[in-house]
Design a protein around this ligand. Sequence first.
Ligand code: ADP
Length: 371
Amino acid sequence: MSRVLVLNSGSSSVKYRLFDGTETVAKGLVERIGESGGEVADHRAALQGIMDEIDLTGLAAAGHRVVHGGAEFTGPTVITDEVVARVEALVPLAPLHNPAALTGIEVARKLLPDVPQVAVFDTAFHATIPPEGVTWAISRELAERWQIRRYGFHGTSHAYVSRRTAQVLGRDPAQTNVITLHLGNGASACAVEGGRSVATSMGMSPLPGLVMGTRSGDIDPTVIFHLHRVAGLPLDEIETSLTRHGGLQGMAGVNDLRAVLDLRAAGDPDATLAFDVYCRRIREYVGSYLAVLGRVDAIAFTAGVGENSAAVRAASLSGLEPLGIVIDPERNERRDEVISPPGARIPVCVIPTDEELEIADQSRTALSLDR
Ligand code: ADP
């Protein structure tokens, strides 16, 4: 049994979880790092506090969540100076996400010099998407020069949930095709063919695809030109309006789906439309991935919304009965693992995600450690 510390460093927070095998022996969250009145001054102090708190005896590895691995990181990677430099070189692709992970890595390497460290990338699971699924129809020269392509995110979650879905259904993951719907604050869909990602809804950044708490998801890029040229908004303001003030927040004035559901129940028309847009987008992606996969063995909902909102699950898949996709209302309300009726052509599942457990597992794999 090896102990693995999983670290998820955000710009102002560090989440940690210590595993002994698959068991969690400590976990926590340090928030508001560097903010006035916050708990700690910087990431170093945050990580030092974590290390002081937990029992590091027998620690075999530290696994770091890194959002963007570009095209080059296609699996969990043992961290060296060279790996750090390559992740640094990817910052222009993920200016909002990668710097925090790099800070976490730098500090953890200093504090735990004898513990091997592994980077687990959100993008890596999507490295198996074929070229036609990651290429946008723009000039090849521009795309290559500026690394413009789909990368996809939430990979550890889609990997974990698609595998668990197959196991729940008593199937071999390598022979099972699953559409996974990760619906949290961020949200993405993934088509998984025999354990390998073949399509996903996020792109070069986590902005496109499904409607999210504060991100718009798919829009016509002309909107950006229009807001710049006609409305006169500066580019960074447009970016903020799509990434932080879009999605449910933009349409309904609240980013939390529970608040949208409350407003909708009270008859609020904006919240009602926001809910409908949110669910319709999911349905559009399910339809698209049915076409990508041809044969689908299961659809799985996961993350905060996917695991908890029977209303979203029901509305997202309504009208798909002719395709063999049916939800049993009672099972859906109870939140069974399988919420479709027995014998359904395409079983629908609710599978709690566990990205930290997957990061711990992948860190062990990278270091050839036993669980
Ligand atoms: P993150 O992407 O930050 O990890 P989560 O996966 O925890 O987020 O999902 C957070 C979202 O889940 C919340 O914003 C909320 O809208 C939604 N959520 C959580 N519980 C419920 C619930 N009981 N019903 C509906 N939505 C819920």
